[in-house]
Design a protein around this ligand. Structure first.
Ligand code: AMP
Ligand code: MG
Length: 411
């Protein structure tokens, strides 16, 4: 049976058309990292709430220091010490100073703080050597956030700074689109778990692990359903369980082999097919569909196909479920360093090392590019797209690529 292939862009559009942001729920602040805000956050309080000292030093009345200079310092009487967390009950009088710690509320009467390093203390007096301007070293109430400010808008991505800001407003929870519940099932009678020795003809199951890691990198903890042998009944039973999740990802068994049951099982379970077959390599026999609200991805089995298909189709869908508006990686044009032959009409998605030289991106293949050669993914920080055609690309020509990670050092 021939597969009718569609383009990568068309396939992604069909996948995204089925992926709507998940319902909104309240999430404890620490768990909200990487999630998308589903409310406008309006602050009910100012931050800081009160005027406070920006330095350890002395709270003073600026007018008392007008005549200070280095030869004839003015002397102020130190009348109290105000640690952070404590509110003074006195009013600072003429020629008085209060020893004050960073973050402590400014006592009434004071309008400036002189830092400790600028003064000298003698018994219960402090010597000031130059005039201080009113307002100096005072952090004003509301200088960060005013009560009533809209500090974060629906759709904001919650990173460490946003989470810190919410905490500063005294918010223990925040409304977000909940994380997708994802199930991963690997099919294949040849597969053996990683803690088991290999028998004849067997291989270790790696797809479960790379897929799980790709999910975890997005902050999603998937449920691992393990391995199912190439047996129709077992595959049906497990895939049926997998339909309880928001997303079911299977690997393998989706091609045209005699023991490839995933497509048939999808159909029997009422999964409405949205695509089968993408004009790319690796990753051609992708079978995607929906059952009720569950997105069902039948990824091919080859270890590189699995990772590339996740990157190009599953990740964007998961991001959309999480409420992200932008679901694609940054993409650039780059000069490729070697010839890549690609004559069969499918886009060749090659794993590359990308780097920038004088503002120009370059990419170079990470070794052999077979769909089973997982080492081509190791050390790759990009996926480059070599168009199908009569000749592929030649060294020095341009290709489009996606930047997958920025943490790899440049060569
Ligand atoms: P399939 O799509 O089931 O025909 O699998 C294609 C290739 O990928 C075969 O060589 C399988 O042995 C291999 N493969 C399938 N599933 C896995 C897996 N979970 N881990 C590693 N290799 C796999
Ligand atoms: Mg198989």
């Amino acid at each position: 049976m021939a597969i009718k292939l569609i383009s990568i862009e068309e396939a992604r559009a069909r996948v995204l058309a089925e992926a709507l942001p998940l319902p909104v729920e309240s999430c404890p602040l620490p768990d909200a990292l990487g999630m998308v805000l589903a409310e406008d956050v309006v602050s009910s309080q100012s931050v800081p709430v009160f005027d406070n000292a920006g330095m350890d030093g002395y709270a003073v009345r600026a007018q008392d220091t007008i005549d200070a200079d280095s030869d004839s310092p003015c002397r102020l009487t130190v009348v109290e010490t105000i640690p952070a967390g404590q509110v003074s009950t006195r009013i600072l009088g003429k020629d008085e100073a209060a020893r004050i710690m960073t973050g402590a509320p400014i006592p009434s009467g004071a309008d400036a703080v002189i830092q400790s390093e600028a003064v000298e203390e003698e018994q219960d007096e402090v010597l000031v050597f130059e005039p201080v301007k009113p307002g100096k070293n005072i952090r004003r109430a509301g200088e960060d956030v005013m009560a009533g400010d809209r500090v974060l808008a629906t759709g904001s991505l919650l990173g460490p700074a946003e989470i810190g800001l919410l905490a500063s407003l005294g918010r223990p929870t925040v409304q977000v689109h909940r994380l997708p519940r994802v199930a991963i099932l690997s099919t294949g009678s040849e597969l053996v778990e990683v803690d088991r020795p290999l028998g004849p003809g067997q291989i270790h199951n790696s797809n479960t692990y790379s897929l799980q890691a790709q999910c975890r990198q997005m902050g999603i903890q998937p449920v691992v359903m393990g391995i199912v042998p190439d047996d129709y009944e077992s595959t049906r039973r497990l895939m049926q369980q997998g339909l309880e999740y928001d997303v079911l990802i299977t690997s393998g068994g989706v091609s045209v082999g005699r023991f490839d049951f995933v497509k048939d099982v999808q159909e029997e379970l009422g999964v409405v097919r949205r695509l089968w077959g993408v004009a790319m390599k690796p990753g051609k026999p992708l079978a995607f569909g929906v059952r009720d609200r569950t997105l069902v991805f039948g990824l091919p089995g080859n270890p590189v196909s699995v990772m590339v298909s996740f990157e190009l189709f599953v990740r964007p869908a998961l991001l959309r479920l999480m409420g992200y508006r932008k679901t694609t990686r940054p993409s650039y044009r780059a000069i490729i360093s070697e010839d890549v032959v690609n004559s069969d009409g499918r886009v060749f998605v090659v794993r590359v090392r990308a780097w920038r030289e004088d503002g120009v991106w370059h990419v170079s293949l990470t070794g052999a590019q077979g769909s089973g050669i997982l080492r081509s993914m190791v050390g790759a920080n990009g996926l480059a797209f070599v168009p199908g055609g009569p000749r592929g690309v030649r060294a020095g020509e341009e290709v489009e690529f996606l930047l997958l990670r920025e943490d790899l050092e440049e060569p």
